[in-house]
Design a protein around this ligand. Sequence first.
Ligand SMILES: C[S@@+](CC[C@H](N)C(=O)[O-])C[C@H]1O[C@@H](n2cnc3c(N)ncnc32)[C@H](O)[C@@H]1O
Length: 391
Amino acid sequence: MSFNGFTYEDLKPIALDNKCILGEQIVAHTSKKIEYVARYVDEWLYVIENISGHIFFIDAMSNAGLYENNFLSTALEVLNVFIRHAQRHQDRNYYLFCNDYDKKKIKTLTALKNYMLPMLRAKGIHNIYMYVDCADASEYIRGLNLKLIPFRGAKSSTLLYVDPYNILTEELGRAILDFSNNVYSEVLINFFSSDIVRNINNQAAVNKSEEIHRFIKGFCEIEDDISDENEIRKAFIGKMLSSKYLSYYHDFIMKNSTNITLYHLIYFTPNLRGLEKIKDTTYKLFKTYRDYDPKRSLEYYTIDLFGKSPEDYACDEAMEIILKHARLSRTREYSFKEIEEILLQEGVIPVSLIINGVLRPLIKSGKVEKRNLKGPRNFKEDNYLFKAEAL
Ligand SMILES: C[S@@+](CC[C@H](N)C(=O)[O-])C[C@H]1O[C@@H](n2cnc3c(N)ncnc32)[C@H](O)[C@@H]1O
């Protein structure tokens, strides 16, 4: 019988017996963030297990492993995802790297690791490895290059997760960018936008304010009199996409229970399949919303008085996005891949809605002509001509 992973109830006594601390009480947006990342890793594994023998998840700021109020941390939820996959793919190796600069939290994670790994081996699971470090995140990420050297050349896939309580420092931004220039990897960053909004010009916290300005000027490379968070985030995304490997991004907003944006989960990937998977995960958990609002219920996600579903509106928006692109760039002919790249990054629909929700209606209304390069039924290997009069 396969093993489903460790529960909070399994692990809490281990932490307490070893006189270890637990992480803080977490709130709704944090537990949702943990669920989102673990769900994405699950989706991602289905793709990369076909190509990679060595699979790495790195949480550079991993916390203690257990939170006070019955939640596992992201790293342990990911470990449970690894456990389920590793038993089906015994020829694949799964590596969980954890780090935090707080010694007490790392003591907890180490005690949990010392309990869990022998348990996995006893259950016949030999292809999961876990490493725990205690260092400043920037130093740790710089050291990762060395740790991953033995796997250079081997087929491997890596996801680096950086999840601070504040906006990145210039130094941390540089460490992440250097890492993604050296290692073909995906990167997921908690971009703590509310820290910018609150502290960029906070006279009561001059050091904090100066640090944010250093990040804006030194890392994002825009003038430090720019204080609009949107502009700063756009520059940050542009900077990350200048990396050798990162080609696509996805930006999702996390709000608190008073409907205030706390942070953005910004995901970068070298691969269009990665973008498709984060989009699928987002759609499964949040439907076509651009944000998570703890007070919103998906119960009301339904057809309105005009007979239209939220997906219909999302597809309408996607049509506007692609028409606007064609209008502004004066490009008339797009491949399916180009349309997909634009819509998955700028719109809210998953890839499964592009053909029926966007392309077919545009073709039917005469705004777009399908080229039929591989026949009328093949949409994905085709080009689409946008009619000048439709723009
Ligand atoms: C938001 S929590 C991380 C939560 C965890 N990633 C999860 O999803 O369960 C932030 C963690 O980062 C750690 N931290 C903050 N600044 C750090 C730094 N410069 N280097 C390493 N760890 C840091 C804190 O001790 C804290 O445990």
